[in-house]
Every structure is written in structure tokens, then in C-alpha cells.
Design a protein around this ligand. Structure first.
Ligand SMILES: [Zn+2]
Length: 473
């Protein structure tokens, strides 16, 4: 009889359908007994044990000591005993037009004989809802796509309308000093502009789409005219600024980075890689109030992949897109006769890439000088997988000498500035969006513990990362 009754109740619930369930689901969620980490606060004051956080729909309503915060009647409870709670992570440097797999950058390694580039692009587009879930599973509730095709604007709309997705800010096509013909299908991610007029014409096509950034791919090759290039960047910057849009720049050499800053860059999405940063660089960064995203892992991702040495970390094995993991494992089994000789040579040599020593050193200098640092992966590049590559990146930031709390600050509070939503995210305070991550280990003793994801809350919805990944297998 008891079993009969239980069956009847289940049946009624099923017949009631989704609308009935939603109508009866409580408005409030109380996350109780967790240890909250506040990256915005100084180290001595950053940890708040046994806290209660009340979420009202997609907003944080209140937070405080369990003894001081009243849990509203009927609130759903989420027990966070033994867990650490951080603001949702923010990746300040991603590209949705790239998948992270070995077919995604034929300009870097041409494997189109194995998988044509058009097929890879179509796969990425179809896979977008899964890619969004991967980001959420990794605790990343906000990302900044700093350059891709015009399709990027559709990605932003898709994220805003998706059932499960991070907040997405986007730049459109990269305004570039050089072309990249192997990536040029009908909607190229990189557009070569040779003059101020050409660059301004592209900016004029971008601005009606309301980009969150205008982005320049500032590739300065020896023998090209740096001053003429700087003039193009300056014209782009002032057109963007006039429209209230900040200027993001890819510039990886000290001289190019300084030229970008003189031209008005607000956001450098890469480290200075070739030599130590100097006083001029720091002064220009401060003048512009520019953000610095060191993007430390990305080159190693390529290096390990092409050497046949790329292996998933524990976090990647658990949280990355299973399709991409399978493709990464497949590199060892590709038909040799279809591979470029350069790749077969690299696979045979099997050298691990060097540690990014100069970038680590420059990050420490820049950080110690008080420049705001953003965590960003360049996800989508080969070997830098959407989602869990944030843990590779944060580990390198810690290796550079930042404390775990400083790394978390880059990945939340300062990341929110890069995402242009610091008024609504990056901190656990009333009024902000309810983007939180519950961890099973203390991220303030070792940033690698940030990968121990227990639950992710995005705009008030609670997700189990393992269920998210199971749903896209
Ligand atoms: Zn990038």
C-alpha cells in the first residue's frame, strides 16, 4: 500500500509537469554553514567561517554569520558544511570559435587533410550549448571572448538565452596587421587592415553590434613600420572610446605592448613575453588604468600537444568536454602520411615545452607594481581547453609568486572589471548576481584546490558539475 501511494504521488508530480514544479519552487535559496572566501578583502579578513548566504532568485540578498542571518520561511537549503565558497570564476580571455582540439588552428598546424577546417568550425557551432555547460562545470560563470568572427555576437545572444551558460562578453573580428588566410571562411575571425581608413571602416561595421571590446591583433614583425601600425591602433582606439567601448590588444613584445598603450589600450590580453617589463611600461599601464591578463599556459598547450605529450589533468579528465578529450588523445593515432612533416618531427622528438619563465617574472613585477591583473586562459587554442584550463592558468600564476588569494582576486574581482560587470559580479555581497562556487578543499592554502568543484551556482541555479558533464557525453 505504501508503495502504491508513493507511486501515485510520483505520477501526480509527473503529470503536474514542469510549470507546476517551477511555480512551487521556493524563491529563496539559503546556502548554510559554508566557509566564504572574499577575494576582494585583505588576506587577514578574507575568510568568513560558518556563513549563511541567502539568494533571492538570481541575486544575492544577504550574507553573514549563521547566527545573524535569518533564513526566510520556506527557503530551500543547501548545506555547505565542510565546503569553501568563492565568487564565480571569470576567464578574461577565451575564444569560442576555437575548440581546444588539434584541428582548430590550421594556421598553426595544418591538419585539414584529417579534418577540414569548415568541418571543425561547424562542429564548434553545433557544440556551443555543451561548451557553455563545460564552463559552468568548471565554476566559471563569466567569460570574455576577446576576438572571433561576427558569429561571436550570436554566441553572446545564445549564452543570454541558454538554460545553462556563463555570462559572455565579446569582441568581434580581430583588427589585424596581418592576414590569416587559413582561418578565412565566410566569416573570418581575423581581418587584415593596412591603413587607418580600412581599420576605421571595420570599426564602423562592428559598433552597431555593441561589442564589449574592440580588439586589435597587434602583430609587429621585424622590418615592418611600428609607427604606422601604432597610428592604426590609435585611430581604432579613439573610435572605440568615442563609442564608449574599451580597446583590447594582443601585443606580446615589450615594444609592441608599449606602442599599444600609447595608442590607448585598456586591456592587454597577453604577457610581455620577450624581455622584462620596465618603468615606462608600468607608467603607461597606470596612465591608461589598463588591465593585464598574463595568459601563461597557452603556449605550453600547443607545445605539449604537438610533442604528443599533452595529458589531461585530473580536473580536465573530470570537467572538460569529453569529445575534446577524445580528440586530444587521438593525436598519437593519426595517419602519419596525412600529417605535416613539421608535426611528425615534433612528435618524434617529444620534447616538453620550456617553462614560461619571462612571463612568470613579468607577472610578478606587474602585480607588485599595483597593476590590476586578470586571470585568462586563451581557451580554445590547441591544448587550452574550454573550462578546466583555468586551473592550469591559476597554478602558473601561483608559481609566478602570487598568493592563492591574489590569484583568486584576479579570477573574480578584477576579472569582473575585464568582463565589464564589476557592479554585478566578482564579490559575495548583497545585490550582486548569485554566481558562486562551492569547493571541497581550501583554495587559500593552494590554488589547485579551486579545481575541487562541489557545486556551481549560476544566477541562482545550482549545478552538479558531474551531472553537467554526464549530460553532454
Ligand atoms: Zn586570444
Amino acid at each position: 500500500m505504501a508503495m502504491m501511494r508513493r507511486f501515485a504521488i510520483c505520477l501526480i508530480a509527473a503529470l503536474g509537469g514542469h510549470a507546476a514544479v517551477a511555480a512551487s519552487s521556493p524563491r529563496y535559496l539559503a546556502v548554510i554553514h559554508g566557509t566564504v572566501v572574499h577575494p576582494v578583502r585583505p588576506a587577514g579578513d578574507a575568510i568568513e567561517p560558518d556563513a549563511t548566504i541567502i539568494l533571492d532568485g538570481d541575486r544575492i540578498m544577504s550574507i553573514g554569520a549563521a547566527s545573524a542571518v535569518r533564513v526566510p520561511a520556506g527557503a530551500r537549503l543547501l548545506d555547505a558544511s565542510g565546503k569553501w565558497i568563492i565568487p564565480g570564476l571569470i576567464d578574461g580571455h577565451v575564444h569560442f570559435f576555437q575548440s581546444g582540439n588539434i584541428y582548430t588552428r590550421p594556421d598553426t598546424m595544418d591538419l585539414t587533410a584529417v579534418v577540414p577546417y569548415a568541418q571543425e568550425v561547424a562542429r564548434n557551432k553545433a557544440r556551443l550549448p555543451a561548451t557553455f555547460k563545460v564552463w559552468i562545470a568548471s565554476g566559471v560563470t563569466s567569460v570574455v571572448d576577446v576576438g572571433g568572427p561576427f558569429w561571436n555576437f550570436d554566441v553572446r545572444t545564445a549564452a543570454a538565452n541558454a538554460a545553462v551558460a556563463p555570462h559572455v562578453a565579446v569582441a568581434g573580428p580581430l583588427i589585424s596587421m596581418v592576414g590569416d588566410p587559413k582561418l578565412e571562411l565566410d566569416d573570418p575571425p581575423i581581418v587584415r587592415t593596412d591603413s587607418v581608413d580600412e581599420a576605421l571602416a571595420l570599426v564602423a561595421r562592428l559598433l552597431p553590434r555593441k561589442p564589449d571590446y574592440v580588439k586589435v591583433w597587434f602583430i609587429h614583425r621585424p622590418g615592418t613600420d611600428l609607427a604606422a601600425q601604432e597610428a592604426i591602433v590609435a585611430a581604432v582606439g579613439s573610435a572605440a572610446h568615442k563609442a564608449g567601448v574599451p580597446l583590447a590588444v594582443h601585443a606580446t613584445e615589450l615594444e609592441t605592448a608599449k606602442a599599444a598603450l600609447r595608442a590607448g589600450a585598456d586591456y592587454l590580453v597577453h604577457s610581455v613575453e620577450d624581455e622584462p617589463v620596465d618603468g615606462d611600461f608600468i607608467a603607461l599601464m597606470k596612465r591608461n588604468r589598463a588591465l593585464y591578463c598574463p595568459t601563461l599556459w597557452v603556449h605550453s598547450g600547443y607545445g605539449y600537444a604537438f610533442a604528443g605529450l599533452w595529458r589531461p589533468t585530473a580536473a580536465e579528465a573530470r570537467l572538460a568536454d569529453p569529445q575534446i578529450l577524445a580528440m586530444m588523445a587521438g593525436i598519437a593515432h593519426l595517419p602519419r602520411d596525412l600529417l605535416p612533416p613539421r608535426l611528425t618531427k615534433l612528435l618524434d622528438e617529444a620534447h616538453a615545452p620550456p617553462s614560461p619563465t619571462m612571463m612568470l617574472r613579468n607577472l610578478k613585477t606587474v602585480h607588485d607594481a599595483g597593476i590590476p591583473v586578470v586571470m585568462g586562459t586563451d581557451a580554445g587554442n590547441i591544448g587550452t581547453l574550454h573550462g578546466p584550463s583555468v586551473f592550469r592558468e591559476m597554478a602558473l600564476m601561483q608559481e609566478a609568486g602570487l598568493t592563492p588569494l591574489q590569484v583568486l582576486r584576479a579570477a573574480t574581482v578584477t576579472g569582473a572589471r575585464a568582463a565589464r560587470r564589476d557592479a554585478t559580479s566578482g564579490r559575495i555581497v548583497p545585490g550582486q548576481t548569485a554566481d558562486l562556487v562551492l569547493l571541497s578543499a581550501d583554495p587559500t592554502v593552494d590554488i589547485n584546490n579551486a579545481s575541487q568543484i562541489y557545486r556551481v551556482i549560476r544566477a541562482g541555479h545550482v549545478y552538479d558539475p558531474d551531472e553537467l558533464i554526464a549530460s553532454i557525453r
